[in-house]
Design a protein around this ligand. Structure first.
Ligand code: FES
Ligand SMILES: [Fe+2]
Length: 377
């Protein structure tokens, strides 16, 4: 059944001959579950900011692929990540999304763990036989950082973060985003599959003149460029001086806008002195949470109103995207639609996304089939 679904998409076709991934990939709950395990469970995922775990004892807790995890800065200054699951009876050891501790103490029966994950205390546990304390620490998760972003990989990562990012690092380094500071966050919930939001982001500005008239007034749509890396797509546009929409123009300054997408679900949008990141999190086959984090060069109180106005511009653009994404999801459920063709000029990024996704899913199915073959021998 799942093989039949995966075979509906041919990831070998060049862009000029390619179609989108088929509609059932956006609506099938079983495929969504495989994505949760494979796409989100085996790739690097951005989970937070380095400033949240800058000091020893500082932690952040979140979920990746539906799994609770915690990232903490140890007293040796090393960053550690663990499944936030107590080894006693599986309660979440950390309850708050962020904070600072000397020790993790499980709220259920009081087991405690060091910041290196080692099991420290087990109240009322005398007399328990064959209990290997050293083997009952919190289970480790791969963690690494790039710029001000913390990434984890809950499956054994196939590549180090460095290798996975490839030349994104060299491309982003000169933009100086490490000097930008976190200002505020907005979370949107959309009634669509997570891939609809990613597709919308990766259409090479195709929708901008029609859907975002305000944004269109400051971007040079004709000069929009799209460049694919191994696991990322960079879309850029010169910023024009037409200034038709003064409010948008005031918050989208500089010479160029840079839109980075990193497979599968993380985007970084950079203007001069302004950045926002988008993290796209599936919460069901038809529901997606998108977290926008806003950064500015100057986050002092004097700039508060100006920064708030910039966030409001983004919010307006986001609402335009939200409505169209939900309309697309309704269309994907229609018997009238199976898949659509891609613009060669605009939609190379979407093509890359679909091929990477198909490769992940097909590799997982192949290795599951191999395992079944071994088992049945
Ligand atoms: S579940 Fe954590 S101490 Fe019992
Ligand atoms: Fe948009």
């Amino acid at each position: 059944m799942i093989e039949r679904l995966l075979n509906l998409y041919d990831d070998q076709r060049p862009l000029a001959e390619a179609s989108t991934i088929p509609a059932p990939w956006y609506t099938d709950p079983y495929l969504a579950e495989i994505e949760r395990c494979i796409v989100f469970g085996q790739n690097w995922q951005m989970v937070g900011r380095t400033d949240q775990v800058a000091q020893p004892g500082q932690y952040l807790a979140t979920q990746v692929g539906g799994e609770p995890i915690v990232v903490v800065r140890g007293f040796d200054n090393k960053l550690n990540a663990f499944f936030n699951v107590c080894r006693h009876h599986a309660a979440a050891v950390v309850q708050e999304p962020c904070g600072s501790v000397q020790l993790f103490r499980c709220p259920y029966h009081g087991w405690s763990y060091g910041l290196d994950g080692s099991l420290k205390g087990t109240p009322d546990f005398a007399g328990v036989c064959n209990f290997d304390r050293a083997a009952n620490g919190l289970v480790q998760v791969a963690v690494d950082t790039w710029e001000q972003f913390v990434f984890v990989c809950i499956g054994g990562p196939g590549q180090r973060l460095n290798e996975f990012l490839g030349n994104v690092k060299q491309l982003v380094a000169p933009l100086g985003i490490d000097a930008l500071k976190f200002f505020d966050s907005r979370t949107y919930t959309l009634n669509c599959n997570w891939k609809v939001f990613v597709d919308n982001y990766l259409d090479g500005g195709y929708h901008i003149p029609y859907l975002h008239k305000g944004l269109n007034s400051v971007l040079d749509y004709a000069e929009y460029t799209i460049e694919n890396g191994e696991h990322f797509c960079l879309q850029t546009s010169p910023i024009t001086s037409s200034q038709a929409d003064a409010q948008v123009a005031a918050s989208r300054t500089g010479e160029r806008a840079y839109y980075y997408w990193i497979y599968p679900n993380f985007m970084i949008n950079i203007y001069q002195g302004v950045m926002d990141t988008n993290l796209v999190i599936p919460v069901g086959v038809n529901a997606t949470k998108v977290v926008f984090d806003f950064y500015f060069a100057d986050v002092s109180p004097e700039k508060h109103d100006q920064n708030t106005a910039s966030v409001a511009v983004s919010d307006g653009i986001q609402r335009e995207d939200l409505n169209i994404c939900e309309a697309v999801q309704r269309g994907l459920h229609s018997r009238a639609y199976q898949a659509g063709r891609l613009s060669v000029r605009r939609e190379a990024g979407e093509h890359l996304f679909h091929r990477l996704l198909a490769r992940d899913l097909k590799d997982a199915m192949d290795s599951a089939a191999r395992t079944r073959g071994v088992d049945s021998q």
